[in-house]
Design a protein around this ligand. Structure first.
Ligand code: PLP
Length: 389
C-alpha cells in the first residue's frame, strides 16, 4: 500500500516500534504483569504532564478525558467559565451543559488567543465560578492559548483550572504544576504519536477535594473509581482497558523519554516555524494571528477561487499527503497542516513542495521551490536549528 503521509492534527503517524508493541500477546488486565505496565505508563504520563500528580489513562478518545474532567467536578447549577475560541472550546461548554453546569462564556474571535485580562475581569465580576476551562492548543484555528499567564491569574481565585492539552502535550510546553493547572487532559493520537483511543488525565489535590465532594453523574468516567483501582497493591483500571493500546502508549512514551521533552518541544517549534515560513513564501496567508500561532498545527486561508475538494483532493490523491480541512464556518475557507508527533524536516519539505505543485496545477502563480527554499532555510544551522533529530 502506498501509505499516505498524515499531515493532519491527529491522528498522527505511529512509529513501527509502537505498532510492534501493540502486537504483543494480550495479558490479564488484572495481573501483576499488567499492573507494572500500567504503573510505568502512568508515571511516564506524569513526566510528560510535568507534574508530581498521579496520572490516569482512560480507554477512550480525548473527549472522554474532557468529560471526565468536568463530569467529576460539576454539580447541578455550578457556574463554569468556558473560554471559547474554536471547536474544542465549544466542546468544553457543551460538556458543562451536559453535566448540569451553567456556562459563562468568554467568546474569543476564532483565530485569536484569549486575553488573560478578560478572564480576570470575568472572575472579578461573576461570583462563584467553580471552574475555568481553557483549550491550550485550539486545533480548529491553529491558535495556542496563554495557559501559563492564565494560570497566574487563577492563583488569585478559587476556581479550578481545567486545561485541554489534547493537541499540544508532548509537542508544546505544558508544565501542569508550575502553571497552576488543577486538571489537565490529553489524548494519545496527536503529539504523543500513539494510535487513537487512549486519553489521559491528571488532577492535583485541590481538584481531588472537589471531586470528593461532588456526586458524579458519570459511571464509566467516575474518577474516584480510577483512583481506587489505581491505588491497589497491584494497580488496575476500573474496567477492562485496551491492553494493546496500553502497550502502544507505553512504547510511545518511552520514545518521548528517549528524545527528551525539551528536544521534542524544540523540534515541534521548529517544524511550526518552517511551515509558517514555507506557507508565507508561497504567498498564502495564515488564518491565526501570528503572535498566537500554534507550534503543532498551522491553519492557512484557502486561496481565493480554490476549492477544498480540488486542493486537498489533489494533495491526497496525487501527492499522497493528507491535510485537514476547516471546521464549521471555516469549512472550505481554511486548510490545516498538522506538524505534530514524529514530524521532521522531511515531511515539512514534502508537504510544502506538494502544496506548491497543487496550487500551480490549478493556475495559481507559484514559482516552484520558493516555499521549499524557505523551509530549507529555516532548518539551516544558525537559524535556531536542532543539532540532531
Ligand atoms: N481537544 C482538542 C484540542 C482536540 O484537537 C481534539 C481532537 O481533535 C479533542 C479535544 C477531542 O479529542 P478526540 O477526538 O480524541 O475525542
Amino acid at each position: 500500500m502506498n501509505e499516505t503521509l498524515l499531515m493532519i492534527p491527529g491522528p498522527t503517524r505511529v512509529s513501527s516500534r509502537v505498532l510492534k508493541a501493540m502486537s504483543e500477546s494480550i495479558v490479564n488486565h488484572r495481573s501483576a504483569v499488567f499492573g507494572e505496565i500500567l504503573t510505568e505508563t502512568n508515571e511516564m504520563m506524569s513526566e510528560v504532564f510535568q507534574t508530581q500528580n498521579q496520572s490516569y489513562l482512560i480507554t477512550g478518545s480525548g473527549t472522554a478525558a474532557m468529560e471526565a474532567a468536568l463530569g467529576n467536578v460539576i454539580s447541578e447549577g455550578d457556574k463554569v467559565l468556558n473560554i471559547v475560541g474554536g471547536k474544542f472550546g465549544e466542546r468544553f461548554m457543551q460538556i458543562t451543559e451536559t453535566h448540569g453546569g451553567v456556562p459563562v462564556e468568554l467568546e474569543v474571535e476564532w483565530g485569536n488567543a484569549a486575553n488573560p485580562e478578560d478572564i480576570r475581569y470575568i472572575l472579578e465580576e461573576e461570583e462563584e465560578i467553580k471552574a475555568v476551562t481553557m483549550v491550550h492548543n485550539e486545533t480548529s484555528t491553529g491558535v495556542e492559548n496563554p495557559i501559563e499567564e492564565v494560570g497566574k491569574i487563577l492563583k488569585d481565585f478559587d476556581a479550578l483550572y481545567v486545561v485541554d492539552t489534547v493537541s499540544s502535550l508532548g509537542g508544546a510546553d505544558v508544565q501542569v504544576d508550575n502553571f497552576g493547572i488543577d486538571i489537565c487532559v490529553t489524548g494519545s493520537q496527536k503529539c504523543l504519536a500513539a494510535p487513537p483511543g487512549m486519553a489521559a488525565i491528571t488532577l492535583n489535590d485541590d481538584a481531588w477535594k472537589v471531586v470528593d465532594k461532588t456526586e458524579s453523574k458519570t459511571y464509566y468516567l467516575n474518577l474516584k473509581k480510577y483512583r481506587k483501582s489505581g491505588s491497589k497493591a497491584v494497580p488496575e483500571t476500573p474496567y477492562t482497558p485496551s491492553v494493546s493500546l496500553m502497550y502502544a502508549m507505553n512504547e510511545a512514551l518511552k520514545i518521548i523519554m528517549e528524545e527528551g521533552l525539551e528536544a521534542r518541544i524544540k523540534r515541534h517549534e521548529q517544524a511550526a516555524k518552517a511551515t509558517v515560513n514555507g506557507v508565507k513564501a508561497i504567498g498564502l496567508e495564515l488564518f491565526a494571528s501570528e503572535d498566537a500561532s500554534s507550534s503543532t498545527v498551522t491553519a492557512v486561508n484557502m486561496p481565493e477561487g480554490m476549492t477544498d475538494k480540488n486542493f486537498r483532493g489533489t494533495m491526497r490523491n496525487k501527492y499522497r499527503i493528507e491535510l485537514a480541512g476547516g471546521q464549521d464556518h471555516l469549512k472550505g475557507n481554511v486548510f490545516r497542516i498538522g506538524h505534530m508527533g514524529n514530524i521532521t524536516h522531511r515531511e515539512i519539505i514534502s508537504t510544502i513542495a506538494a502544496i506548491e505543485m497543487s496550487l500551480k496545477e490549478f493556475g495559481y502563480e507559484v514559482e516552484l521551490g520558493t516555499g521549499v527554499a524557505a523551509v530549507q532555510e529555516s532548518y539551516m544551522p544558525g537559524n535556531n536549528s536542532l543539532e540532531f533529530f
